[in-house]
Design a protein around this ligand. Sequence first.
Ligand SMILES: Nc1nc2c(ncn2[C@@H]2O[C@H](COP(=O)(O)OP(=O)(O)OP(=O)(O)O)[C@@H](O)[C@H]2O)c(=O)[nH]1
Ligand SMILES: [Mg+2]
Length: 231
Amino acid sequence: MAASVAADVESSLELSLTGSGALPGALPPARSRIFKIIVIGDSNVGKTCLTYRFCAGRFPQRTEATIGVDFRERAVTIDGERIKIQLWDTAGQERFRKSMVQHYYRNVHAVVFVYDMTNIASFHSLPSWIEECKQHLLANDIPRILVGNKCDLRSAIQVPTDLAQKFADTHSMPLFETSAKNPNDNDHVEAIFMTLAHKLKSHKPLMLSQPPDHGEILIKPEPKPSTSCWC
Ligand SMILES: Nc1nc2c(ncn2[C@@H]2O[C@H](COP(=O)(O)OP(=O)(O)OP(=O)(O)O)[C@@H](O)[C@H]2O)c(=O)[nH]1
Ligand SMILES: [Mg+2]
């Protein structure tokens, strides 16, 4: 997959890592702090739309199943410091992710688990996503959050909030219910990722930037916290 789309309002960048292609020179500037956040969950839950909403500021007109991983990056300023939030939008379909999984988990700073509030199966898959993290030896102190997406589809909700909250509490994660499509619904996507970035900033004072794993990168130019605690 090779594509090239310029984007951006503030400062955002989109890259793809798919397994073939060359490495152009447009990597983030050296030595700015960068937080690598992976977004995982079943196919079709809205990972691409959520990351796009945060980095491009809008809902994408259309999406296709992610192949490998797409990077979306946005520069933000927190307490006067410029930080890059790099979202790794992973493929939910097993056949599109198996060759990439080791890249996802390398040097990861936070994990966002996503399920679709209108699809109970995507909620029931969460333990297997948590298990995948365990298998890749993710450190216990890495912040994790749980995001129920598509809350705008009120009449189709299959995952009640109290059930999701119980699961989140069991796994010591904050729960957010949101909509990538309608930012006025419940928790705002912007606030969710910014809250996570604040959390990372306060916990990772010495972290310096690292570009995404080299090798096969293609350029595509382009809260409220719930009841549980972060740690
Ligand atoms: N109503 C509604 N639809 C959404 C929302 N988020 C995503 N969608 C739709 O859900 C479908 C899947 O969205 P994607 O973001 O491509 O899903 P994904 O999790 O990235 O899927 P994979 O790349 O296959 O893992 C698309 O048709 C989106 O338009 C939302 O918040 N509300
Ligand atoms: Mg996707």
